[in-house]
Write a protein that binds this ligand. Structure first.
Ligand code: MSP
Length: 693
């Protein structure tokens, strides 16, 4: 990637995509946000006035439908999931300066202003649209009825509506000129080529309003229309700064930070950010962002990690077992930024144990422990140095320069590889000098000198590694800084006190703090613990969305109810019925026949130790007995289940939870606001093993 230098060396504005609230956050979302966090931290550490924005995208037909499926109003549903994103970002220690929700009044006001501005300037006109629409991608698709969406392959729907149109076609030439004159605007190169090819193939005017549903921002003055969700969403980058506000403080923030330096996005939304967004801005007479940088996808089991594929891993799981820094380090080190990358628990553990526990963590704990043991915790004078010290210093200076260049170019994986070469070199230096053992032919005084030299030089190298690693592993780097007796690293970094990292800043006499564990070695059970947490989460996911109440959600900075009366009306108009009609696509009888549903009787029921959700059941199918784990412990007393006849999915692939194998699944209705499970049963007597069909 081309380094994006801040517009002035003094300010830097970076954004994540705002996340749809139709699904709970997973590692893919965390990845984009962690990358931005690392960049924002690094800029702050260089003394640059930085603004880091993230948030949630809450309007549109997709959210309206997901809410109905969960039996919630869109506003409640959006508040609950948005709250989950916000509290996860807090838990992961992400340093965002603002979190915008598109249902906030400040955003609604800004979007309406943008729409009016474009209409007043003659770029929006009324027409009618008949064509295909993909609800999942919220994308107009230029193809005959019945065509699948070219992006996600799902069926498109035919819509026929009176719409407002944006004159996108008028910007074809200007966009191409802009891409030509600003080669760094779309990164990486592959995305740039795709976007240019798309624009060259010709741009049609874009429908920017919908009338067939209500969950959106009303068009000012024509409130039966809601504004197209992508126009609504993209505008967050300016409304969060204060666009559309009369408050002088907002106007000042907008002047200070717009245009953005980096919009970081997933590669699948390049067209919206590199074609529609700059065209809207050009039409409104606003400056364009300096760069739109696309990350690749995080894959799990070879497919893009996503709710619809059903292959998600949650950031909380990794954070709980290995810590947030382990997750950050892994994502930035393992994935070549801009390309797709695989997530596996095996590679996560390998990186954790190899680079963090045995590498950096072990180096720090050896040096800190020896300074305590041999010098009562006070850093000694280096004294005279020789060739090994000079070599280590030269390498450190090379690493500082290379790391900074690679990091600024967003080549995080190479930057960390470079930095860890200094971990290895310092380790090698220490091992070669072996300050912990005195050879018989060395005098006490000479040995003491060697210890002083080696430990102070190694401590200096650790200081440099730690200062550079701070944006990536802030929690651990701060712990190390304290152990080195240097105080509060996060504070120093946030205040821009790490601007020049040079060799030789450790002062003799600095008093080290007690050694504290950094990355305890992960043993075999770590993998099992992570897998168990994921399996348990999947089990309880059925009820999860409907269980999350707005009260669970972290407080939003502003009320979540739409500001205008029309939008409030829209909200109640879309209130969902108690048992929403399913939206699932039809299946054939053959599809259904694949599911082997059987009557079984519960023989044993008991709680699974250390799990508040799981019951271990032994059931009798008549023709065989088996063990099933069911996530119903919060709803059923185990004793009351014994002897009861239940329905099970008998041909579900076995899986392990909490070290126990589950062979099948108990069928239950998901009921009410809470999504409580109610076990299926029969009024007449039925023999064990009978098939349901
Ligand atoms: N709401 C829109 C974005 C509007 S921005 C004005 C959207 N939301 S999303 O929730 O579907 O995805 C947002 C982003 O999450 C992706 O662009 C990407 O940055 C990140 N990711 C979601 N899944 C991901 C992976 N499996 N891998 C990497 N990033 C992923 O699109």
């Amino acid at each position: 990637m081309t380094e994006v230098s801040a517009s002035t060396p003094q300010r830097f504005y970076i954004t994540t995509p705002i996340y749809y609230v139709n699904a709970r956050p997973h590692l893919g979302h965390a990845y984009s946000t962690i990358v931005c966090d690392a960049l924002a931290r690094s800029k702050r550490a260089q003394g640059v006035d930085t603004w880091f924005l993230t948030g949630t995208d809450e309007h549109g037909q997709k959210i309206e439908r997901s809410a109905a499926q969960a039996g919630r109003t869109p506003a409640e549903f959006a508040a609950a999931i948005s709250g989950e994103f916000r509290s996860l970002w807090q838990r992961l220690g992400l340093s965002c300066d603002d979190f915008i929700r598109t249902t906030e009044p400040r955003h609604i006001r800004g979007v309406q202003k943008l729409f009016s501005e474009l209409r007043d300037r003659g770029f929006i006109y009324k027409g009618s649209y008949t064509g295909q629409y993909c609800v999942s991608d919220e994308l107009y698709v230029d193809a005959p009825p019945g065509s699948p969406c070219p992006d996600c392959g799902r069926p498109t729907e035919t819509v026929s509506e009176e719409n407002y149109f944006f004159k996108l076609s008028a910007f074809e030439r200007r966009l191409l000129e802009y891409y030509e004159q600003h080669p760094e605007f779309i990164q990486p190169e592959a995305r740039r080529n795709e976007v240019i090819a798309f624009v060259r193939s010709g741009l049609k005017d874009l429908s920017v309003s919908r009338t067939s549903f209500r969950w959106g921002i009303p068009v000012p003055g024509d409130e039966k229309h809601v504004i197209y969700v992508w126009m609504d969403a993209l505008a967050n980058y300016i409304t969060a700064l204060g666009y559309g506000s009369d408050d002088p403080a907002d106007q000042e923030r907008f002047r200070r930070f717009w245009p953005a330096d980096i919009h970081l996005i997933g590669k699948e939304i390049s067209r919206f950010h590199c074609v529609y967004w700059p065209a809207f801005l050009m039409a409104a007479g606003l400056p364009l962002p300096r760069a739109v940088v696309a990350n690749g996808w995080l894959l799990f089991d070879k497919s893009k990690m996503s709710k619809s594929v059903g292959n998600i891993v949650r950031a909380e799981t990794v954070a709980e077992v290995l810590g947030t820094d382990a997750l950050r380090y892994f994502l930035l080190r393992e994935i070549s930024f801009g390309q797709d990358g695989n997530f596996t628990f095996e590679s996560l553990l390998q990186r954790y144990n190899g680079d963090l526990a045995n590498g950096y963590g072990n180096l720090v704990s050896r040096v800190v422990a020896m300074v305590h043991r041999f010098f009562a915790g006070s850093l000694p004078q280096t004294g005279e140095t020789g060739e090994p010290e000079q070599a280590l210093r030269a390498q450190a200076e090379r690493v500082i320069a290379e790391f900074q260049t690679q990091f600024a170019a967003m080549d995080f994986s190479r930057a960390l590889e470079t930095l860890w070469s200094l971990v290895a070199a310092t380790d090698g230096y220490l091992t070669a000098a072996a300050p912990w053992k005195k050879p018989a032919d060395r005098s006490e005084a000479e040995h003491h000198q060697l210890q002083a030299r080696v430990l102070s030089v190694a401590a200096e190298a650790i200081r440099i590694i730690t200062a550079l690693a701070w944006p990536i592993i802030p929690e651990s780097a701060s712990k190390v800084w304290k152990q080195l007796g240097l105080g509060d690293l996060s504070q120093a970094a946030q205040q821009g006190k790490l601007q020049a990292i040079t060799w030789g800043a450790m002062q003799p006499g600095t008093v080290f703090a007690e050694p504290a564990p950094l990355f305890p070695r992960a043993e075999k059970d770590a993998m099992e613990r992570m897998q168990n947490l994921e399996n348990e989460n999947n089990l309880s996911a059925v009820a999860a969305v409907s269980q999350a109440t707005p009260a669970d959600a972290a407080p939003a900075p502003a009320p979540t109810v739409p500001a205008s009366p029309a939008a409030a009306g829209a909200e109640s108009a879309s209130a969902a019925p108690a048992a929403p009609a399913p939206e699932n696509p039809k299946i054939t009888i053959d599809d259904f026949a694949k599911v082997d549903l059987r009557v079984a009787q519960v023989l044993v029921a008991e709680r699974v130790p250390k799990s508040d959700k799981l019951l271990r059941l032994e059931v009798d199918l008549g023709y065989e007995k088996r063990q099933i784990l069911a996530g119903i412990a919060q709803y059923y007393e185990p004793e009351k289940l014994i002897g009861r006849k239940v329905v099970i999915v008998a041909n579900l692939a076995p899986r392990k939870m909490r070290g126990l194998e589950s062979n099948g699944m108990v069928v239950a209705a998901s009921v009410g606001e809470e999504g409580s499970p109610v076990l299926a049963g029969f009024l007449e007597d039925v023999p064990l093993g009978a098939r349901l069909k």
